[in-house]
Design a protein around this ligand. Structure first.
Ligand code: 9GP
Length: 833
């Protein structure tokens, strides 16, 4: 289906319009107009931020017609819409990405340069909206890019947090958290739509009543009300007319000022309501912390879910359809369990507010909703205590009990007498303080349940969702994650992109499988030379950045070995450190040891309340302090911790990497997406058979991947036979020496206590089995060292890695979702002039 729109155009035919024109002179005029009329600045008084804002408005003007045209087609009854419900969207800066997607990078660069400014400086000054913790939020952002690029009408629904993920500084080697004030200069990309605000209710009690047809009904009498105000951001597709919307909700008080209270002299009381209401969208919760029991978090989840579902229902009705066909117009994807209260809220809206019968409403709800699971870590599966849930959402608790009772009746029919199974499938955990299991709610209320990599989807069926799989196998499927090559290649690695263009022409950014055409180039010595030169230049840039940022000088001719991701024990950054200390120990013993020089680069944030993760950062910086200053080793080893890892930082780091560290304990990383960004940019992976590493290795070929460590089954077997980390320590001389060196205070100015919690944890518990995988990791790293010294072959492997990454474009992932779960089609838009 192609649709055309003929929205009124405000152009004079034949005259290039200042708001849409792409001529260099027009762009310059538009830019200075926006500086003057929107930003209110004269050029001689304008700061870089003012210029950035003026340019952002200039670019936004150029996408508005397409945005409005896309908004317009959503109102047509036959157009199916995907709603992506996610508590996190880690979008990254918009300006550069929009220049790429609108294909206006070159004229804008020229216009800005002719104005005496530097485009890269303006791109670099943008404060990125850090509205996510890591992989999950960034995946949502890649998916929005692909939905628009594939011309699938979609709306991303989330929360407009006033403060996103904290900024990280490193002080004395430790992480320090700084509030992220991303909105401090305003946000030129968003448009507030207060006229589409909705009301959200909390607390209170419920009342049964009989309606005028004599039917039993329930009314919710809330204790308080909050307003949800939508803020819309345009999501451009690559080289298409589709511009979808990211709609983020901000919480406000219904009346921002209580005049009665004010007139009675209660000034603070009068503003208090406003303050309390706005708290809901104030700050993003850093993950990995115990969120169970945090009332505000549940409020946030319900807030954005209810806002979004009311918005969906309004759109359905405005398109001229009734709610009976909601599932025909909308497919709503729940990104993890965070939005899973949607199951109960959609039922409430349909049954209590729109008076549908329960069975009918249930059919619509389950056909509309689908659930993606992103983790096997038991502590991340959300649960809410029944008492907290009931006090905040009393009607929803009743609805959940009703869903549960009907569901368990079916389970009883299927498994008579199997009380244990009933207890595990129940939406309510009856043990201790009773709680609502959000993953179970999501499974029961969805028509599809997917994991995010082949291995993860299999493990879900075998472990955490095993009982659901046995009961309803038809719901289960896999959609392996992907990342957008527009941001992660075209924008972040223009030099490699240009080299690939020269070799295979363009068009591959939307058909990433076409990168396979590079395979033959791997055997071309001239091309290998160009490839190596591109990498060398990018490494030199990163080396400059490292020197500016940390004062550490690194040699761009050493192997850049990079691990960037959230800091977590299961991701095993400390295994990487054990390897570094191993090399250090070797070089100290034998200074003439023959090895390629290596620069180890780390980046990542630790959840503020996660002591062990923060101590891992301190360990990295401390080892770096000693190694980098030791003349015996510092020509061959450097260790850098780059502060404040975020999307902008990622764009700089992935292109410069030669070795990508994907070393989680097998069975624990659901997928990973950094692993894909690295390989796409020509890094080789050292990794375990975990998450999407398995599929990356299948694609790039075992001979182009450095594999080590136990497989999932071996991990399980070792655990069940009783894992004893101490036996590895005692039986491996080098491992013992390395651990003893850290414990002795060698890296902590003689302080033996600083790393004791880490060391004791490894020796006595080692939940992520570093010691069991240590030798295999070190052996594999030795193989890496040998391979790197055969530089021609290394470059060959690097080219083959990039060439075989087609599968990991988020376009492929979105096509999988569209076909298997959403039944959503492309709707190309023709815009009549
Ligand atoms: O830990 C997973 C990561 O492996 C995956 O790539 C990402 C996107 O699917 O989701 C992460 N999960 C979470 O952040 C929380 O469940």
């Amino acid at each position: 289906m192609t649709v055309s729109t003929n929205l009124p155009s405000f152009h004079t035919p034949g005259v290039e319009d200042d708001r849409t024109g792409l001529g260099i002179e027009t762009l310059k005029r538009a830019f200075f107009d926006n500086l003057y009329y929107v930003q209110g600045k004269l050029p001689n008084r304008a700061s870089t931020v003012d210029y950035y804002m003026a340019l952002a408005y200039t670019v936004r003007d150029r996408l508005l017609q397409r945005w409005l045209a896309t908004e317009d087609i959503l109102t047509r009854p036959e157009v199916r819409i995907v709603g992506y419900l996610s508590a996190e969207f880690l979008m990254g800066p918009h300006l550069g990405n929009n220049l790429i997607n609108l294909d206006i990078y070159a004229p804008v660069k020229q216009a800005i340069e002719e104005s005496g400014l530097n485009l890269q400086e303006l791109i670099d000054i943008e404060e990125e909206p850090g509205l996510g913790n890591g992989g999950l939020g960034r995946l949502a952002a890649c998916y929005l890019d692909s939905l628009a690029s594939l011309q699938i009408p979609a709306i991303g629904y989330g929360i407009r947090y006033e403060f996103g993920i904290f900024d990280q500084e490193i002080v004395d080697g430790w992480q320090v958290e700084i509030t992220d004030k991303w909105l401090k200069y305003g946000n030129p990309w968003e448009v507030a739509r207060p006229e589409e605000a909705v009301e959200i209710k909390f607390g209170g009690y419920t009342q049964p009543y009989t309606d005028d047809q004599g039917r039993y009904r329930v009314r919710w009498v809330p204790g308080s009300t909050v307003m949800g105000i939508p803020y819309d951001t345009p999501i451009t597709g690559y080289n298409v007319n589709t511009v979808n919307t990211l709609r983020l909700w901000k919480a406000e008080a219904p009346e921002s000022f209580d005049f009665t209270a004010f007139n009675q002299g209660d000034y603070w009381g009068a503003v208090n309501d406003k303050v309390v209401s706005e708290t809901i969208s104030k700050v993003l919760y850093p993950n990995d912390e115990q969120i169970q029991g945090k009332q505000l978090r549940l409020q946030q989840q319900f807030f954005f879910v209810s806002c979004s579902l009311q918005d969906v229902i309004r759109r359905q009705l405005e398109s001229g359809r009734t709610l009976d066909t909601l599932h025909e117009k909308f497919s709503l994807q729940m990104n993890d369990t965070h939005p899973s209260v949607a199951v109960a809220e959609l039922m409430r809206l349909l049954v209590d507010e729109h008076m549908l019968e329960w069975d009918h409403a249930w059919d619509i709800t389950t056909r509309t909703l689908a659930y993606t699971n992103h983790t096997l870590l038991p502590e991340a599966l959300e649960k809410w205590s029944v008492s907290l849930f009931g006090s905040l959402l009393p009607r929803h608790l009743e609805i959940i009990f009703e869903i549960n009772s009907r569901f368990l009746d079916q389970v009883r029919l299927r498994y008579p007498g199997d009380e244990a199974r009933l207890g595990q499938l129940s939406l309510i955990d009856e043990g201790g303080d009773r709680s609502v299991r959000m993953a179970n709610l999501a499974c029961v209320g969805s028509h599809a349940i997917n994991g995010v990599a082949a291995l993860h989807s299999e493990l879900l069926k075998k472990t955490v969702l095993h009982d659901f799989y046995e009961l309803m196998p038809e719901k289960f499927c896999n959609v392996t994650n992907g990342v957008t090559p527009r941001r992660w290649l075209a924008l972040s690695n223009p030099r490699l992109t240009a080299l690939i263009d020269r070799r295979i022409g363009n068009g591959w950014l939307t058909h990433l499988d076409r990168l396979r055409e590079l395979e033959s180039a791997a055997d071309d010595a001239g091309f290998r030379h160009e490839w190596r030169m591109v990498k060398r230049d990018i490494k030199a840039d990163l080396a400059d950045h490292i020197a500016n940022r940390t004062g550490i000088s690194v040699n761009p001719d050493t192997l850049f070995d990079i691990q960037v991701k959230r800091i977590h024990e299961y991701k095993r950054q400390h295994l990487n450190v054990l390897h570094i200390v191993t090399l250090y120990h070797r070089l100290k013993q034998n200074p003439n040891q023959d090895m390629a020089g290596r620069t180890f680069i780390f980046g990542g944030k630790a959840a503020p309340g996660y002591d062990m993760a923060k101590r891992i950062i301190k360990l990295i910086t401390s080892v770096g302090d000693v190694v980098n200053k030791d003349p015996d080793v510092s020509d061959r080893l450097r260790v850098v911790f780059l502060p404040d890892y975020n999307v902008t930082f990622g764009q700089r780091v992935y292109p410069a990497a030669e070795l990508s560290e994907q070393i989680s304990l097998a069975g624990l990383e659901a997928s990973g997406t950094g692993n894909m960004k690295f390989s796409m940019n020509g890094a080789l992976t050292i990794g375990t058979l975990d998450g999407a590493n398995v599929e990356i290795r299948e694609e790039v070929g075992a001979e182009n991947f450095f594999l080590f460590g136990m497989k999932t089954e071996e991990v399980t077997a070792l655990r069940s036979q009783g894992y004893n980390p101490m036996s590895y320590y005692h039986s491996n001389e080098t491992l013992k020496a390395v651990i003893d060196l850290i414990a002795s205070g060698h890296f902590s100015h003689g302080d033996r206590e600083l790393f004791r919690p880490l060391i004791d944890n490894l020796l006595y518990h080692d939940p992520y089995m570093l010691l069991a995988d240590y030798q295999s990791y070190v052996d594999c790293q030795d193989q890496v060292d040998r391979a790197y010294r055969d530089s021609e072959n290394w470059v060959r492997m690097s080219i083959l890695n990039a060439a075989r990454m087609g599968k990991f474009s988020s376009d492929r992932s979105i096509q999988d979702y569209a076909q298997t779960i959403w039944q959503a089609d492309a709707v190309p838009i023709e815009i009549e002039a």
